[in-house]
Design a binder for this molecule. Structure first.
Ligand code: HEM
Length: 453
């Protein structure tokens, strides 16, 4: 995303932003917000993902946003809500502005995000404001090596991915199939080893603990925080950091210089939690490869010719990004104004929620080539420059784990497709000659696996 010229100022204006009618507000709430939240913002509910896929609710949601945008073409749109000030951003340039001007005046620490994430990481950078946010964000960037495509611990991490994927494949070849649940088990092993080290490989209790707290997180304000469980969970993490295994992210965190208020233990759950969507992206890309012969051929040519030890796999990294464009795992990027903000079209009040609904931009065939098809090449050229393709968000609050995710997920795909053939035996069939579905129900997919022909 290019840096846009800021179009917001703090000078108060008398003109209010356009406001949607009650009917259009209801359309957005019921057709866009509700299905997305019902699926589970913090941990997915598989039944709701299945239902969304069957009813094609994500495609419908994009259609609703498009119709509403056509009725209010200018500027961010305020919703007509009794209790909350809430806007939706519909113009690509305005999306770029909001993301570029985060966290001030567009704070990532929106009320609902705070309520949801406080169930397991109350002092995490994403829901912090002011000087402590700066300290926590800097710590995240340092540990996750945000600026570098290849994390400095790649020599440890990439072999972990390879080992776990080979163990998974051996079992899948023996049984003849690879369901999502088996993939997820293997992926969680990768995550625990990368975050805490080899000793945590089988520490399923820790994973179960965060899953339980994330389920509460789905309810945000509507469920009280289990303070005891959260305290025990964060203490477990603090103990891990105190005895961090060399070669793990925990060890980098333990050794990193920390400013006042860094709260290192509270920064770690985001890693455990956010590796879930990374696993989903791998499995979804794999399902695409199982059904798209040209794409898998290009992927294999890259793997066969790789001289980087699986550190630099541009096509596979682009394939993960493309899976995340088609099926974004953070479809709603939420911000909240820290003060009144003046747009050319009118004033956005202070403490106003701001929603960027990513699928609206990711699936816009009026502006994107092959918007509904798998085309990783788009990420390797500048064809979409300026257009908000934002699976990892963008600007100063961009996901600091993006490069690490792309390193590990591309290495996983290389391990999987390098030596094995896959076919879809159950679940969604993805046809390269037809538009890909708006929802990809990874939970329903079972892949057939055999050694590469
Ligand atoms: C496919 C996987 C992932 C996706 C799609 C993703 C996406 C995102 C997005 C969209 C945000 C910004 C949220 C917002 O603006 O409200 C974010 C924030 C963040 N992500 Fe990721 N993420 C992924 C995996 C990871 C992983 C594996 C880690 C760590 C190992 C990580 C660490 C973080 C952190 C620490 C933040 C908060 C940044 C801040 O406070 O400024 N993410 N991620």
């Amino acid at each position: 995303m290019p840096t846009t010229t800021p179009s917001v100022t703090s000078t108060p204006s008398v003109v209010a932003l356009p406001t949607a009618t009650a009917l259009d507000t209801a359309r957005l709430l019921l057709g866009v917000f509700l299905p997305t939240v019902a699926r589970g913002p913090i941990i997915r509910r598989p039944w709701a993902v299945g239902l969304t896929a069957r009813l094609d609710l994500d495609t419908r949601a994009v259609g609703i946003v498009r119709k509403v945008h056509a009725r209010y073409p200018e500027g961010p749109l305020m919703l007509k809500l009794p209790v909350r000030k809430q806007a939706i951003v519909l113009d690509p340039g305005d999306v770029n502005t909001v993301l570029a001007q985060s966290p001030e005046p567009f704070s990532a620490a929106s009320s609902e995000k705070k309520a949801a994430l406080s169930h397991f990481q109350p002092a995490n950078s994403l829901i912090s404001r002011g000087p402590v946010r700066t300290v926590r964000r800097a710590l995240q960037e340092q540990v996750l090596d945000t600026e570098h495509p290849v994390h400095h611990l790649a020599d440890t991490f990439v072999p972990v991915v390879e080992e776990e994927m080979q163990a998974l494949l051996a079992e899948a070849v023996r049984t003849g199939s690879l369901p999502w649940a088996d993939f997820l088990d293997a992926w969680y092993r990768v995550v625990r080893r990368v975050v805490f080290g080899d000793h945590a490989r089988e520490d399923k209790d820790l994973t179960a603990m965060i899953i339980r707290l994330r389920k509460d997180g789905n309810w945000a304000f509507l469920k009280p925080v289990r303070k005891d469980t959260r305290r025990r969970f964060l203490q477990r993490i603090a103990d891990e950091l105190a005895h961090a295994e060399p070669g793990s992210l925990a060890a980098v965190m333990a050794a990193a210089p920390k400013g006042d208020g860094a709260e290192p233990a509270d920064q770690v759950p985001q890693w455990l939690f956010a590796f879930d969507p990374a696993g989903m992206a791998v499995f979804r890309a794999l399902t695409v490869f199982a059904t798209h012969p040209d794409a898998v051929a290009t992927a294999r040519a890259e793997v066969d010719g790789d001289t980087s030890g699986r550190r630099v796999l541009p096509y596979l990294r682009a394939s993960v990004l493309e899976a995340l464009r088609l099926w974004p795992t953070t479809p709603m990027i939420l911000r909240q104004t820290t003060r009144a903000v003046e747009w050319p079209e009118g004033l956005m009040p202070a403490e106003c929620g701001v929603l960027v609904y990513a699928p609206y931009f990711h699936r816009d065939e009026r502006s994107l080539r092959s918007a509904h098809n798998f085309s990783p090449e788009r990420w390797l050229t500048d064809e979409d420059d300026g257009w908000p393709l934002v699976p990892f968000s963008d600007g100063p609050v961009v996901c600091p784990g993006k490069q690490l995710v792309l390193l590990l997920t591309s290495a996983a795909l290389a391990s999987l497709v390098g030596g094995h053939d896959f076919r879809v035996e159950e679940g969604q069939i993805l046809d390269p000659d037809r538009p890909l579905p708006g929802t990809m129900d990874n939970y329903s997919v079972r892949l057939g696996v055999s050694p590469r022909a």
